[in-house]
Design a binder for this molecule. Structure first.
Ligand SMILES: [Zn+2]
Length: 89
């Protein structure tokens, strides 16, 4: 094994000698575009869509999905009654 030039993690020497990669698999994937499936619409009127996003956006997307408990729904705006409660004086 030889160290990856980018992250110093061990990677197969064969990867450099045979394929000419100086970085490991993880590092070589940076910058690649990912496809994510999004669900649009509401209730009975939904459709799936595929979006191509950058690696960074893909990570953000997955983070947001985890924060939403695995759901890919976008929060509705103006539907939160607590945000419209006037301040008490
Ligand atoms: Zn690496």
């Amino acid at each position: 094994m030889i160290p990856c030039l980018s992250c110093d993690k061990p990677m197969p020497k064969l990867r450099l000698e045979k394929y000419g990669y100086k970085v490991c698999v993880e590092c070589s994937q940076v910058g690649q575009y990912k496809a994510i499936t999004t669900v649009n619409g509401d209730k009975d009127d939904t459709w799936n869509d595929i979006q191509f996003v950058s690696e960074e956006e893909f990570v953000e997307y997955n983070k947001n999905r985890e924060n939403n408990g695995g759901k890919s729904e976008t929060p509705k705006q103006g539907d939160d009654p607590s945000s419209n409660v006037p301040d008490k004086e």
